[in-house]
Design a protein around this ligand. Sequence first.
Ligand SMILES: Cc1cc2nc3c(=O)[nH]c(=O)nc-3n(C[C@H](O)[C@H](O)[C@H](O)COP(=O)(O)OP(=O)(O)OC[C@H]3O[C@@H](n4cnc5c(N)ncnc54)[C@H](O)[C@@H]3O)c2cc1C
Length: 304
Amino acid sequence: MNFLGRSLLAVTNRSAVRKLITGTRPGRALSTRFVAGETLEQAIAVAQEMNAKGATVSLDHLGEHVTDRAQAEAARDDYLACLDAIGANGINGNISVKLSQLGMGFDDELAGASLDALAARAADVGTTVSVDMEESAVTDVTIDLYAAAQRNHGNLGLAVQAYLHRTRHDLDTIMPLGGHIRLCKGAYAEPSEIAYQSRDEVNEAFDRLTHLLMSDDGVKPAIASHDTDRLDVTAALVPNRFGPYEYQMLYGVRPGLQAKMLGAGDPLRIYVPYGVAWYPYLTRRMAERPANIAFFLRAALSRS
Ligand SMILES: Cc1cc2nc3c(=O)[nH]c(=O)nc-3n(C[C@H](O)[C@H](O)[C@H](O)COP(=O)(O)OP(=O)(O)OC[C@H]3O[C@@H](n4cnc5c(N)ncnc54)[C@H](O)[C@@H]3O)c2cc1C
C-alpha cells in the first residue's frame, strides 16, 4: 500500500471521520457502491443479479475482530443463515469469512469450532467456505485454523497475500491441502520488514505466485484482482491448465471490466459484502483508490 493509502487508512480510523462517513447520506451512498446492503435479503438479491449475468458469488457478512463469545457466536449464526439462504434460493455461490469475526484472537478454539460448523453446513448445501486473510499478526493462526478445517471437510479455500514475503513459503503448507486458493495483493498497511511496499515488487510477487498456483492442478487458483496486467498473466497460462481456476473481483469495482470478462466467458466470482458493519471494509476500498474518497468529499461538500 502506498503512502497515500496508508495515510487515508490512518485518517479514516479516527472516530470523527468514521462518524462523518457512517452518519451522512454521501457516506452511506459511497457504501452502496461497494456493499450489497445491510440485510441478507439484499445480499441474496444482488447474488441473484450476479448469477443472472453469469458470475458466481462469494457472500461476505461484514464484521471483524469481535471481542466476546456472544458476538462470535452471533457471527457464526449469521453465516449459517447465509448458507441456508444460498441453498434455499439456489444461489451459485459460497461464503467468505474472516476468522477474527468468529473469535480468532481471543478464543481460537471457538473460531475453529465455528469454522467446522460452517464447513459442515456448506457441505449440506453443496457449497464451500473461503477464509479471508487478515493482517499479518494473525497469519499463522489463520493458516492453522484453515488447515485443520480443510483436513476435516475438504471444502474450504484460503486467501493469500502477494505483498507478504512469507507467502511463497506458506504455500508449501497450504497447497498440498487442495482447496481453492485466492491470490490477492493484500489490503492492510504492513511494515517493510515483512511486506513489499512498491507497486512493482507487489506485482512481481503476484505474477510469480500466479505461475506457481496455475501450474498445480491439485488446487483451484482464484486470481483476485482488478489489475488487467495481472489478469493477462493468468490468461496466458489458461491454455496449458487442465484443472479448475477462476478470477475474482469485488462487487462495485470495475463493473465494466467484469461485464467484459463475463461476455468473453471467463469464470468470474464476485465477492459480495453485506451487513451493518461496512465501515472498515469501505475504508480499505478507499485506501486502494483515493479517487473514491474524492467522490465522497465532492458529494459531502455539494450538500453544503
Ligand atoms: C475477490 C477479492 C477478495 C479479496 N480478499 C482479500 C483478503 O482476503 N485479504 C486481503 O488482504 N485483501 C483481499 N482483497 C483485496 C486485495 O488485496 C487488494 O487490496 C485489492 O483487490 C486491490 O488490488 P488489485 O489487485 O485490484 O490491484 P490495484 O493495482 O490496487 O488496482 C487495479 C485497478 O483496479 C481498480 N481498483 C482497484 N481497487 C479499487 C477500488 N477499491 N475502487 C475502485 N477501483 C479500484 C483501479 O482502476 C486500479 O487501477 C481481495 C480482493 C478481491 C478482488
